[in-house]
Ligand binder design. Structure first.
Ligand code: GCU
Length: 674
């Protein structure tokens, strides 16, 4: 409709033109067996979907329901057999055709499994994708699929670009806003089952009774949607809110304090998920303050949570300026020696790359290096380094690239995805976290297309092997239109968008050349700050001879943290993929690359290419006007225009700056900076 502001996300349930019989059938003749809070949500959801998708079509009346939704036990009572249900996880689901009764069955072991199955079926109905003959039997491949909100108690959001925090602490616990339900529902619709409410740069106040009461209200709201609540735990909380003199993890009083705190939290929230902890990093307190290890710190909290079945997600993002070594190496050096030293309910949360959510990073060398300690993935959905909310970048291809990278930990075929789903090292706990891009903007995420990144995160956390192209297509159909031209055209735009951002920001393995602190625009000239590792010149190392960070054995040797197969491939100029060239090597400006042209020419042309791609997207989008409502169309158009202008800003800034060193002319076809 005309006034679509995007609030409904991928749950548009827009009217299906000329629906097929099965679409109408399932939405008008269904039975949901049983009663519970979750089953009520399922019933409401189908009724709502039905009123949107087929309201204008006459119902098809049948003597028996065409669609039956029920737990395995309830179905057996009705003599509906359940092939394949036993092998499902507790939150898995089955959607299958019962040939005898000619019914479609959605089944699961739990109500939450049914909720996931229902959402999947509704997505099939909206996109017009019929349920295959053999049915769909799915279990999530990752146990804990969590959003990390970097939300502060004053409602500002660290690296949040879509408004303020949706947690209104002031009104909680008494006012439960409808948006909390809508949030939980959206997450459940893509299989997300946990949310970390607070910023990793934590405020201890969240652990006081005043706030726990509010957290409880949210947890109670989210529970029927299958979503557990987690909190970030500030390491120094025993001092700040506990009145102790120390937070030393080996101190008995400190341990008792955390045990007691966990007891208290579970009185409010019996299914509390656990803690996420950022320690000893960027000024945060941690075990280092007491000369203790990360394992000492994590295990102390793990002991407190274990009796309640809570877990600790302990972050590996540990580095500091007093370690003169390449920042790339610090987390590995800290954690690798601790492999096997963590308690069973600890999982180490590792960012996808070793630096910090760059437009492109090779996978973090810890993946594959800790066979005896569960590791989880931390992706950043919010685009701290990819143009914030205004630059379109579909992140699934970036996530997929890392998940498909081979660690060679157990020889060829040891992809990162196998670390994350636990299959490579038989991890007992598995998890994936996404740093949320959600805020108070009407459309939740600022850019309408960045809803797709939230969606893609959910899909990949459920199944880290899913192809990003498929995710893009599905999201487009659910969110806008199933028109084939529209879907094909915009899938291509989405699939190319992250590479386009790499082209105009950080081509050929460049990284962290964004302006200081806000990280939005270009700033390769930023140097001489408080800390070498917080200045852009540290990362590009440009001089009159060349550019790039030498991480081979003649340089920082961060490369040595990877398997020998990768050391060989990435360590040599002849075999390193060009996308990682300047990540690992310092290369002469005049060095010819694969196409025979100099590094400088290649760099300049990549920047130009990114600009042209951003400009072309405007034209492409203008041709999509007929498929999209005015409001969303114009919003996207204006953001694409900003992006194209700023792509040119990036190109001009970087080429002017680096050109001072290369002193080489721009190759033909590259526009001169104005
Ligand atoms: C980045 C980001 C910080 C954030 C940190 C983290 O460095 O700039 O804002 O706190 O990551 O992940 O802890």
């Amino acid at each position: 409709g005309f006034s679509n502001d995007g609030y409904k996300l991928w749950l548009q349930y827009y009217s299906i033109q000329a629906p097929q019989e099965w679409q109408v059938n399932f939405l008008s003749n269904y039975e949901v067996i049983g009663n519970s809070a979750t089953l009520s949500i399922i019933k409401k959801e189908i009724a709502y979907a039905s009123s949107g998708m087929i309201s204008s079509h006459p119902e098809i009346k049948n003597s028996i329901p065409s669609l039956v939704i029920g737990k395995a036990g309830d179905l057996s009572a009705k003599n509906i057999s359940n092939p394949g249900i036993n092998s499902l996880a507790s939150d898995g689901f089955a959607i299958f055709h019962n040939l005898e009764s000619k019914q479609l069955i959605v089944s699961a072991k739990t109500d939450i499994g049914l909720l996931y199955g229902t959402f999947r079926l509704l997505q099939h109905i909206q996109t017009g994708t019929s349920i295959p003959k053999e049915g769909i039997f799915e279990s999530p491949k990752v146990q804990h699929r969590v959003l990390n909100h970097w939300d502060n108690l004053d409602r500002t959001v660290e690296r949040g670009y879509a408004g303020f925090s949706i947690w209104n602490w002031h009104r909680l616990p008494r006012h439960i806003d409808q948006q909390y339900h809508d949030y939980a529902r959206a997450n459940a619709s893509i299989g997300i089952n946990g949310t970390v409410l607070t910023n990793v740069n934590a405020n201890a106040l969240i652990l006081t009774p005043e706030y726990l009461e509010k957290v409880k209200a949210l947890a109670d709201t989210f529970r029927p949607y299958g979503i557990k609540v987690y909190l970030t735990a500030r390491f120094s909380a025993p001092i700040e809110i506990g009145g102790l003199q120390t937070a030393d993890p080996l101190n008995a009083e400190v341990q008792a304090w955390w045990n007691q705190k966990a007891e208290e939290i579970y009185q409010y929230i019996p299914d509390f998920g656990g803690f996420v902890v950022k320690a000893d990093s960027e000024g945060q307190p941690g075990p280092h303050n007491y000369k203790r290890t990360q394992a000492d710190g994590a295990n102390m909290m793990a002991r407190a949570l274990a009796p309640h079945e809570g877990i600790v997600m302990w972050r590996a993002f540990v580095y500091n300026e007093h370690t003169p070594d390449d920042r790339h190496k610090q987390a590995f050096n800290e954690f690798k020696p601790l492999d096997g030293k963590f308690l069973d309910n600890v999982i180490i949360q590792v960012k996808n790359g070793a630096i910090d959510f760059q437009p492109r990073e090779p996978f973090h060398p810890l993946f594959g290096a800790m066979p005896n300690t569960p590791l989880m993935m931390e992706f950043q959905i919010t685009q701290e380094y990819l143009g914030h909310d205004t630059h379109l970048a579909f992140l699934a291809p970036m996530f997929e690239e890392v998940l498909k990278d081979d660690t060679y930990a157990n020889g060829k075929g040891s992809e990162v995805a196998k670390v994350i789903d636990g299959s490579l090292h038989q991890y007992a706990i598995t998890a994936m976290a996404g740093v949320s891009n959600i805020g108070t903007d009407r459309n939740w995420t600022g850019h309408h297309f960045h809803q797709a990144n939230w969606f893609a995160f959910g899909r990949l956390a459920w199944n880290p092997y899913q192809a990003s192209q498929e995710i893009a297509e599905e999201w487009l159909k659910l969110t806008f239109s199933t028109d084939a031209t529209f879907v094909k055209t915009m899938t291509d735009v989405m699939m190319n968008s992250r590479e386009m951002v790499v082209n105009y920001m950080t081509p050929l393995g460049l990284h962290h050349i964004m302006a200081a602190s806000h990280h939005y625009g270009p700033g390769p000239w930023v140097s001489g700050g408080r800390r070498a590792d917080w200045t852009a010149t540290y990362y590009h190392q440009a001089n009159e001879k060349g550019i790039g960070f030498n991480r081979t054995y003649t340089g920082s040797n961060a490369l040595s943290q990877y398997a020998s197969e990768l050391q060989n491939q990435w360590g040599s100029l002849a075999t390193v993929p060009e996308k990682y060239l300047l990540w690992f090597h310092q290369v002469d400006w005049i060095q010819p690359l694969q196409n025979g042209e100099s590094l400088w020419n290649n760099l300049a042309k990549q920047y130009q290419k990114g600009v042209e791609e951003a400009r072309a997207n405007i034209v492409t989008w203008e041709n999509m006007r007929e498929y999209v409502d005015d409001k969303r169309f114009n919003h996207v158009l204006s953001f694409l225009t900003i992006q194209a202008e700023e792509a040119a800003w990036w190109r001009d800034a970087c080429l002017l700056y680096f050109g001072q060193f290369s002193k080489m002319p721009l190759p033909a076809g590259v526009e001169s900076p104005k």
